[in-house]
Design a protein around this ligand. Structure first.
Ligand SMILES: Nc1ncnc2c1ncn2[C@@H]1O[C@H](COP(=O)(O)OP(=O)(O)OP(=O)(O)O)[C@@H](O)[C@H]1O
Ligand SMILES: [Mg+2]
Length: 504
């Protein structure tokens, strides 16, 4: 089939980094084309160039057979190139339809938006591509998977023929991934083209028609799924064999590092979010917490960190009552916290890396000097983190926002695992990191466990839960519905428990 998109010799430099060099890419019409590569390989940069968000230093782009000059996303949209953002840009206080219309050219709808016309068009798009959305639903009621469908509908509404999805599955649970894939297959059946980025090689092998591999800023190979496998793809990405996480023997200590004692949490609006949670974690073990997002996981973590107080019951963290202890004192007593939303809670995007090393640790040695921050120590220790966790960056003076998503995550994990924590609260610790970095992070969590730390691993990645957990607790609708032994259960059984189904 003809190429709808052709990229030749694209170059993009940032201070100290070549983000894209001599990139070439050929995308066939009506195909799902997957781009894979290590964190920092240049995937997002290339997608931003194709969407007009970033101007390349050199190179050519042909779309629909014609050379194009993309100066802005408006140019891209006009040409039929749309991008679904990973960090959704939707308004919570509006309906699906309002969100879809928001930002569309006023010339098409006049200054008074023609809602009926727009609703009809949106309904047609939904029906045509099998997108399950309700135009009049309020966005505030929608989960992550549904929000993503709204983003896709929004792009289609603006007439996109080429859809760019940068790590769309990172935020989805397995069932939602299946739904997304069904939608994507429908789109390409109707002649649209999808560019799809993911770090999950199983997904790529199952959904892609073509795979292009990037390494260190350039396109190094392309494959058809039927002619390759996970091992070869991983090796093409990293240029060598992958490290393997080592499982050590389980040595559980007497000490409870975390204890939920009949803890419930009722929100201000009266909704019961957590219901009589009883859970202990001892030093030396990893407890996985499985569940569909939005079943109380975030609030459970906030109770541990002293950000919320239980309505009834008690949460003890390293023997301290979390409800009456300041978050900074909880951290200082030996709690590491890897937050789920790295850009919101984990990093100051506009500050250099070394300042981000201090974030949340400004009151503890070695980074504190009386009431001041010890810059020298922060710089030195940032360099150590960069080295140990293989954070790809030109230095520790660059802004956090200049790092690729996966490298930001590696930096947070490295910072939090510094200084021998006794309890590690890890929410989606490997979200968005490549297979090599995932192995490094898994290895560090295993090492912390061997060193006697207790770990609460909250993850949507079943593979991760099975690879690391000594026990897996399942949360559903605010209650712990079961605690499973990973060696005696299957991913299917776990997936079923996560939906609230009672096991036979
Ligand atoms: N605005 C920027 N300023 C400076 N450097 C940048 C900027 N954007 C990206 N870079 C650098 O360009 C390189 C490529 O980054 P990019 O985001 O394209 O990687 P990626 O392949 O998408 O990685 P990931 O899998 O982690 O998302 C990285 O080294 C990154 O630090
Ligand atoms: Mg990226």
């Amino acid at each position: 089939m003809a190429d709808v998109l052709e990229v030749i010799g694209i170059e993009k430099k940032y201070p100290g980094v070549i983000a894209n060099r001599n990139v070439s890419l050929h995308v066939a019409e009506g195909s799902i084309h997957s781009i894979i590569g290590e964190n920092g390989a240049g995937k997002s940069t290339l997608m931003k160039i194709l969407y007009g968000l970033v101007r390349p230093d050199a190179g050519h782009i042909k779309a629909f057979g014609k050379e194009v000059n993309l100066k802005s996303p408006q140019d891209a949209i006009q040409l039929g190139i749309g991008m679904v953002h990973q960090h959704f840009k939707l308004a919570d206080n509006a309906t699906v339809l309002e969100n879809v219309i928001l930002g569309s050219e006023p010339t098409r709808f006049g200054f008074v938006v023609k809602y009926d016309e727009a609703r009809k068009k949106l309904q047609e798009i939904a029906d045509n591509y099998g997108l399950d959305i309700d135009p009049d639903e309020s966005l505030a009621n929608l989960g992550v998977g549904e929000r993503q469908r709204v983003e896709i509908a929004k792009v289609l509404f603006r007439g996109a023929k080429i859809l760019i999805l940068d790590e769309p599955t990172a935020v989805l649970v397995p069932q939602e991934v299946e739904e997304l894939f069904a939608n994507l297959r429908e789109l390409v059946k109707k002649g649209l083209t999808v560019l799809f980025i993911s770090h999950k090689l199983d997904e790529v092998l199952s959904i892609a028609d073509d795979i292009t591999i990037m390494r260190q800023g350039t396109t190094v190979a392309s494959r058809k799924p039927k002619d390759t496998n996970k091992k070869e793809l991983a090796e093409l990405m990293v240029g060598g064999e992958l490290p393997k996480p080592r499982a050590g023997a389980l040595k559980v200590s007497e000490e409870k590092v975390l204890s939920f004692q009949g803890a419930s949490y009722i929100r201000d609006d009266g909704r019961q979010i957590l219901n009589d949670v009883n859970l202990d974690i001892h030093g030396g073990e990893i407890l996985g917490l499985a569940g569909v997002e939005g079943n109380g996981q975030s609030e459970l973590i906030e109770l541990i960190m002293g950000l919320l107080k239980p309505s009834t019951g008690r949460v003890e963290v390293l023997g301290l009552d979390a409800a009456t202890t300041l978050t900074k004192d909880i951290r200082n007593s030996g709690v590491a916290y890897i937050p789920q939303d790295r850009q919101r809670d984990g990093l100051l995007m506009t500050a250099p890396l070394w300042e981000n090393r201090v974030l949340g640790h400004q009151f503890a040695e070695p980074l504190a000097k009386n009431i001041w921050v010890n810059k020298g120590a922060a710089v030195e220790d940032s360099k150590r983190v960069v080295e140990e966790f293989d954070v790809r960056t030109p230095g520790v003076n660059v802004l956090a926002s200049a790092l690729s998503g996966g490298n930001q995550q590696k930096f947070i994990v490295g910072r939090e695992l510094s200084g021998d924590p006794k309890l590690i609260v890890a929410a989606q610790p490997t979200r968005g990191v490549d297979v090599g970095a995932q192995a490094i992070i898994w290895d560090h969590l295993m090492k912390a466990r061997s060193a006697g730390a207790g770990v609460l691993l909250v993850s949507a990645d079943l593979d991760e839960l099975f690879s690391l957990s000594d026990r897996i607790a399942v949360i559903y609708n605010g209650s712990i519905v079961s605690v499973l032994n990973p060696s005696k259960t299957t991913p299917d059984a776990l997936g079923l428990a996560m939906t609230g189904a009672k096991s036979a």
